[in-house]
Design a protein around this ligand. Sequence first.
Ligand SMILES: NC(=O)N[C@@H](CC(=O)O)C(=O)O
Ligand SMILES: [Zn+2]
Length: 432
Amino acid sequence: MNVNSWLIQNASIVGRETADIAIENGVVTEVGTGLTAPEGARVLDATGLIALPGLVDLHTHLREPGREDAETVESGSRAAALGGYTAVCAMANTSPVADTAGVVEQVWRLGRDAGLVDVQPIGAVTVGLKGEHMAELGAMADSAANVRIFSDDGFCVADPKMMRRALEYVKAFDGVIAQHAEEPALTAGAQMHEGEFSSQLGLAGWPAVAEEAIIARDCLLTGHVGSRLHVCHVSTAGSVEILRWAKSKGWRVTAEVCPHHLLLTDERATTYDPVNKVNPPLRTDTDIEALRAGLAEGVIDVVATDHAPHSSEDKDCEWAAARPGMLGLQTALSIVVKTMVEPGLLDWDGVAERMSRRPARIAGLDGHGLDPAPGVPANLTLIDPAASWTVVPNELASLSRNTPYAQMTFPATVRATFLRGEATVLEGKAQK
Ligand SMILES: NC(=O)N[C@@H](CC(=O)O)C(=O)O
Ligand SMILES: [Zn+2]
């Protein structure tokens, strides 16, 4: 038997026609009806399931090296595969920071060895994420990790001169700067969204303008130097307006929204449960509405998880002391179905576009984000749209437990995930 050869029968291809998918040695050889199994292939009955190109996450925090108690490349990869992903971009805020060729190559190798998803390292923009000296972007680009996305995520590249230089520098290899948009002078000590609930609770606020001011500045800089900007975790209605304007200028700006910003509001802070603490913070119903509309319209290009595992020592404490961030890889698809597909804002093709094709294009990941067709690497996920599931934190694959969705029931389950024809998930279970 060839482990990378399959006949997937009766799948709905990206929510459209029902067909069989033949996979030989990790590559799709045929898509059609009544196909015969390739030699040595296993057969999977996918009746009622939707086949999507494997999901691609532009914003994953794996905590290796440095905080392997919270997540390793392997545990995070497993969570990703179970969430329907075949590739994730690993943020640079590890310890040591991924600001050299050595560290990005280490993360890339750990991903390859785990073999559950393709792990594409993101390199830091500045040394140690400190914002003072530019990191060796060229060396990271030229390394085995082939870095194209650079980000100080967790921190904003606040100095406009540094941001301009970084945008100019990455033009040489068609790189992109992914900005965590937060004007630090406006968020010092911030604990949650600045609004009605922050006043009620007496917690220092993170005003929407702290995000919007940086996005506006960076769009202008990008337009000025003719480079590529990607805006991480957009969370406000005002940000959507600025992005719409920047795109109308023809500037090369892309943006992501996270599932939690499509679903949860700042009212969650009234629980004082730090599982709801995240950067940027949960905002308001008005913001949610604008983010959903922006994602439907394409002003926001992609959904990214911002999967941010934290150990219980960093989360089971009082709100002010807790680290920001929440798990996301295993719940992202279901939340997109709940917030976008069920209300009729996106169809399955729209989901494939925003969770697979566009993120793959932004990250320059060849072989990902491609619909099943002859000659395409078999990076696929099979979704059961009719099933539902309840989030049980202890059953998640992450080494951390900081999900804000405990005991919530969501639509759609991931039945199988294939990485180059190898089943990383079957019947909803990780295969390694
Ligand atoms: N989103 C978060 O609240 N936390 C992220 C950093 C980040 O994405 O800004 C983390 O690394 O924990
Ligand atoms: Zn961030």
